[in-house]
Design a protein around this ligand. Sequence first.
Ligand SMILES: [Zn+2]
Length: 111
Amino acid sequence: MAQHDDFARRSLGAPGGRIEIMSWPDDWQDRLTGAVCRFCTEGRPSESRVGLRFHAGEVTDAYLARRAMARGYAVVIWRGRHVVEPHHLSAEESVRFHGEVLRVGAQRAHA
Ligand SMILES: [Zn+2]
């Protein structure tokens, strides 16, 4: 957890509004391979470090972010096998993932 928090702090800037140069976390390679992946290991909790889950789909969970630049910002997390980028999904996985992302977006638009 500490590494993630350090990474987030570097990514979002330092206290006082200064922007610091972002570096990759020490375990970045393990994150890419899935050896260390908090999204894969956390299961499908109703509340995560991201925020509260408001959508549990077949292949995704969506969370209302506790800390975000804009109110109502949501994070949709793929809950299948470990992947790093959306283009790493198979064609069938991609259709399922993006279909649920669109449904979540529509749901939020009408909330
Ligand atoms: Zn993963």
